[in-house]
Design a protein around this ligand. Structure first.
Ligand code: MN3
Length: 198
């Protein structure tokens, strides 16, 4: 297995003014690329060379886990955004599941923003399906943490490392999270992942 940086699913300036081309130049072109390169440097001799990314994450630890987790997390983060995304307008199957499992869109919005804002230091905030209960959950992870190691299927993720928002929002992480939910979230992609999970 050799990992490669996935292309962005839109042009670098497609999410402006909410996320700038400059942010993508650094975040996708440099940060994510570096995780991919380091993963490929560490993989030979790890015993995980022939596994899928998901299976390798479940078995890796230490520095290799960090690179693989960051590769998976960033790949889903790019997919988790779309031009003219966000807001309440989403596929019915996902909206109904948010109503039944998370108390409706407004409560989901508040709880997702609070979970991302409350993550101390670097990390991620997620909308996931718990594979045992089948219910949606909001969860956050530290550093390269990834919910697939906790038997959950990720539907949507927002990066809350400072490098994700510092160019466009400086220190205003809550404003970045509000913009993610209101303007950027790719509900179509989350709904497709929900369908695959169930
Ligand atoms: Mn990042």
């Amino acid at each position: 297995m050799t990992y490669t940086l996935p292309d962005l699913p839109y042009a670098k300036d497609a999410l402006e003014p909410h996320m700038s081309a400059e942010t993508f130049e650094y975040h996708h072109g440099k940060h994510h690329q570096a995780y991919v390169n380091t993963a490929n440097d560490l993989l030979p001799g790890s015993g995980l060379e022939d596994l899928s990314l998901e299976d390798a994450i479940k078995k890796a630890d230490g520095k290799l886990f960090n690179q693989l987790g960051q590769h998976y997390n960033h790949s889903l983060f790019w997919e988790s955004m779309t031009p003219n995304g966000g807001g309440k307008d989403m596929p019915a199957a996902l909206a109904e599941k948010i109503d039944s499992d998370l108390g409706g869109f407004d409560k989901f919005r508040d709880d997702f923003i609070a979970a991302g804002g409350g993550q101390f230091g670097s990390g991620w905030v997620w909308l996931v399906v718990d594979n045992d209960s089948g219910k949606l959950e909001i969860t956050s992870t530290l550093n390269a943490g990834c919910p697939i190691t906790d038997n959950k299927t990720p539907l949507l993720v927002c990066d809350v490392w400072e490098h994700a928002y510092y160019i466009d929002y400086r220190n205003a992480r809550p404003k970045f999270l509000e913009t993610f939910v209101d303007e950027l979230a790719n509900w179509e992609n989350a709904a497709a992942r929900l369908m695959d999970a169930s």
